[in-house]
Design a protein around this ligand. Structure first.
Ligand code: GDP
Length: 357
């Protein structure tokens, strides 16, 4: 499964956020027998469409998609120099598919911004910059290690020329203080760059851990992206409540939904994931595929036999399914399509697969 790593400076609220995520997540419910790394949180991705489908299909249960968060504690200034456990943290980030950086916006003077630091408690831009610098420095080192061998190998193997070329361009780009992902690359170069295992190639989102009274505020973009405002303290409280109490608390705060829901949805999207649905009496379920997945690949998510023996997919678009009151209605209106092995799944497709066993 694809995962998103939570990073940030010390004392920004990462653990608070991660604990809230795991408490809330479908972990215990959906994976009763799995041994799961304590640093990994499997979190439900809320999707309003599931409820709409359930109103029509009346299933025994509803199963949402999930997304995996990894708690990567302790990225500090100097991590790239192997200071403390810095290198281990960078190695942990390397194994994730995207990065979620928590940035401190809450002002609480009782919580130090960083051990040994004096001065302002809040400076989001500077903090984000500190982390980005560490990631860029780590990438420069990664490239420095690979370049001599790559140059040698490229002399013998002409096919390595594009990879060497892009590695050199990336080294120069990073040395100017840029992150790898923003270099102008052709799709081929981008594919070659993937094989260089750079941290700053990973998709990234920012969580602004704000004070309660800042929740409605418009925030300045960081690195061109608007951060997702969340109050980790409130999320931690919400995760302790049952559904009814949580709804009341949210209402009293004037919030439509928990920040964690917004975060889980953003992470899912950032990872390039989308859902298709199966809807029956037993369950309404969201299944996860990469954007661009074909029908047989989607079938394979349910069962590998479904992919191997794939014949066709009976597909109803989500909107048609809901507007026409379900499968029968959609069928009667000619909105149930037979799709073959080249069909690219659309987000929200409601599907039955036909297959040989
Ligand atoms: P980490 O080092 O990034 O994992 O940060 P922690 O989650 O351990 O939080 C550090 C301190 O900040 C703890 O004392 C938290 O209770 C506090 N904290 C975390 N989030 C918030 C918040 O949203 N508001 C306030 N006022 N304090 C917070």
């Amino acid at each position: 499964a694809l995962s998103i790593g939570i990073v940030g400076l010390p004392n920004v609220g990462k653990s608070t956020l991660f604990t809230a995520l795991t408490k809330k997540g479908g972990l215990a419910a959906n994976y009763p027998f799995a041994t799961i790394d304590p640093n990994v949180g499997i979190v439900d991705v809320p999707d309003d469409r599931l409820g709409k489908l359930a109103e029509i299909a009346h299933p025994g249960r509803i199963v949402p998609a999930t997304v995996e968060f990894v708690d990567i504690a302790g990225l500090v200034k100097g991590a790239n120099e192997g200071e403390g456990l810095g290198n281990q943290f960078l190695a942990n980030i390397r194994e994730t598919d995207a990065i979620c950086e928590v940035v401190r916006y809450f002002k609480d003077p009782n919580v130090m911004r960083e051990v040994g630091r004096v001065g302002a408690f809040v400076d989001p831009a500077a903090d984000a910059d500190t982390i980005m610098t560490e990631l860029i420095l780590a990438d420069i080192q990664t490239l420095d290690k690979q370049l001599p061998k790559l140059e040698k190998d490229a002399k013998r193997d002409k096919e390595l020329a594009p990879k060497l070329e892009v590695a050199k361009r990336l080294a120069a780009w990073l040395n100017e203080g840029n992150r790898a992902a923003t270099l102008d690359m052709t799709p081929e170069e981008r594919a070659a760059a993937k094989g260089l295992f750079l941290l700053t190639m990973k998709p990234m989102l920012y969580v602004a851990n704000v004070d309660e009274d800042m929740l409605g505020e418009e925030l300045e973009p960081i690195d061109g992206v608007t951060p997702i405002p969340i109050c980790a303290k409130i999320e931690a409280e919400l995760s302790e409540l049952d559904a009814e109490e949580a709804a009341e608390y949210l209402e009293s705060l004037g919030l439509e939904r928990p920040g964690l829901d917004v975060l889980a949805q953003a992470a899912y999207k950032l990872l390039g994931l989308q859902s298709f649905f199966t809807a029956g009496e037993m369950e309404v379920k969201a299944w996860t595929v990469r954007q661009g997945a074909t029908a047989p690949q989607a079938a394979g998510v349910i069962h590998s036999d479904f992919e191997r023996g794939f014949i066709k997919a009976e597909v109803i678009s989500y909107d048609d399914y809901v507007e026409l009151g379900g499968e029968q209605g959609a069928k009667a209106a000619g909105k149930l399509r037979m799709e073959g092995k080249d069909y690219v799944m659309a987000d929200g497709d409601v599907v039955h697969f036909r297959f040989n066993v």
